[in-house]
Design a protein around this ligand. Structure first.
Ligand code: GDP
Ligand code: MG
Length: 442
């Protein structure tokens, strides 16, 4: 796979005292493919690769202790620099309300984002008002109203029974209403079209002129890949924007759109949406996106998610147990599995691990029901059985199969796999690596 080739190239370079021009060219070629594969727009790829190549040939790199590692670091640094370094925060107006306007194509995720922003803003102590200025789609006003309710936020829309209404008028009245009712942040949801459209741009520009937003956010679906650049440029010309929100990052998009849009428009990605639920939302982390683009995995996000979910005490107990040479039991396994699954679906969790991009198909085929079955089998065991599977004779196994709605052979299979894993853990705990049979550990 591509990732293999890229790491192989860099591995080949690693440890070399000096990089020849052809080493650097080979690495640059792989980098180019990696970026194109991640859906970064071609002109951006060209410029990026040229910049990295230039730096790679500089004395700074050639004289470093490990030039190949230095090149990798440079790739990462350059990615982060384009993505904006540190995440920028919302600029609040000196005199409230702060007006945030959302713009983007239909289906980009603006209305969903409005709800996410509202919840996030509430978490920061603000009193947001969500304003429905998408009067194009019949159900759009209602959709925003529901989202606002869910986010516990106030809502402002066109007066019912007033015909279609004028979005500019609604926006203007909403800001006055916010001032009166002490809502300190106004989030204006606007209409989108499936394609770039002059009338739509004009409408958004009119709303902008009427309410003078403190922040106009361009909302873009990460899955549209290469097209993101064209769309972003059109919105920059037609409406203008201050920041970008990337949505649907929970899909398999590698995030090249973030790099392209940031580079071409000079506007920073500020937030990332990664799911349909209100909490699937975070400020944007350039360093994590850099790793994602290079498929180094989103380990940091994963680890933070784990830190939130894992019970600290239970983890410490487990580590101590492990270090003192006691066996890892099925009871421990069940606990771990339950904690892990609190973080989300297994495929989501695996998707965030480094290098997993190449296993996309397998990950998508992870069968959550299979995990349910495993969990059910362990739950059908008595505590004594969980601690010591050796006591699981035929009749106990049959009872567990019945209790969990599975078959005896599934129970056998689980016990066998677990016993093997336990053996491996034992050899790790006794200081050796679980390496290949017959090979001494180190
Ligand atoms: P709008 O037309 O720009 O207002 O887009 P919507 O907010 O109505 O979203 C369009 C669709 O995308 C809806 O089905 C949303 O549930 C879905 N959606 C929005 N954001 C995300 C996201 O981050 N991840 C996923 N998977 N779906 C999303
Ligand atoms: Mg909408």
């Amino acid at each position: 796979t591509l990732q293999d080739r890229l790491s192989a190239t860099f591995k080949g370079l690693r440890g070399k005292g000096r990089l020849s021009d052809s080493d650097i060219d080979a690495a640059a070629r792989e980098l180019r493919v990696a970026l194109l594969e991640a859906d970064v727009a071609l002109p951006v790829v060209r410029e990026f690769v040229a910049a990295v190549r230039e730096r790679a040939k500089s004395p700074e790199v050639q004289q470093s202790v490990n030039p190949a590692q230095r090149v990798l670091d440079i790739v990462n640094e350059e990615l982060i620099a384009i993505l904006g370094g540190e995440a920028r925060r919302i600029r609040l107006a000196k005199t409230p309300p702060t007006v945030i306007m959302l713009a983007g194509l239909q289906g980009a995720g603006k209305t969903t984002l409005a709800g996410k922003l509202a919840r996030w803003l509430r978490g920061q102590g603000h009193q947001p008002l969500l304003v429905a200025c998408d009067l194009q789609r019949p159900n759009a006003v209602n959709q925003l109203q529901i989202v606002a309710e869910r986010a516990g936020s106030a809502f402002f829309g066109p007066e019912p029974g007033n015909g279609v209404g004028d979005p500019v008028d609604v926006a203007r009245r909403a800001v006055a209403y916010a001032r009166e009712k002490q809502h300190d942040v106004v989030v204006v949801d606007t209409a989108g079209r499936l394609g770039i459209d002059a009338e739509l741009m004009q409408q958004a520009a009119d709303i902008r002129d009427a309410v003078k937003p403190d922040e106009t956010l361009f909302v873009v679906d990460a899955m549209i890949g290469q097209d993101a650049v064209v769309t972003a440029q059109a919105f920059l010309d037609g409406v203008g924007f201050d920041g970008v929100v990337l949505t649907k990052l929970d899909g398999d998009a590698r995030g090249g759109a973030a790099l392209s849009v940031a580079k071409v428009t000079g506007r920073q990605v500020m937030f990332a949406s990664n799911g349909e639920k209100l909490d699937d939302f975070d400020v944007f982390h350039p360093d994590r996106m850099a790793s994602r683009i290079l498929d180094l995995g989103d380990l940091q996000t994963l680890l933070e998610g784990a830190a939130k979910v894992f019970d600290q005490q239970q983890q410490e107990d487990l580590t101590n147990k492990f270090l003192s040479g006691q066996d890892f039991t099925l009871e421990d396994f069940l606990g771990q599995m339950q904690q892990l699954r609190k973080m989300g679906s297994m495929s989501k969790i695996f998707g965030m691990l480094p290098g997993m991009g190449q296993f996309r198909e397998q990950i998508e085929s992870i069968d959550e029901r299979e995990l349910d079955r495993t969990q059910a089998m362990i739950q059908s065991m008595t505590p004594a059985e969980r601690r010591d599977p050796k006591i699981l004779n035929g009749s106990r196994r049959a009872r567990i199969a019945r209790g969990s709605g599975s078959s005896v052979s599934a129970v056998n299979d689980l016990i066998q796999r677990f016993t093997e894993a336990q053996k491996m853990m034992r050899s790790m705990a006794s200081g050796g690596m679980p390496g290949m049979p017959g090979m001494p550990g180190f």
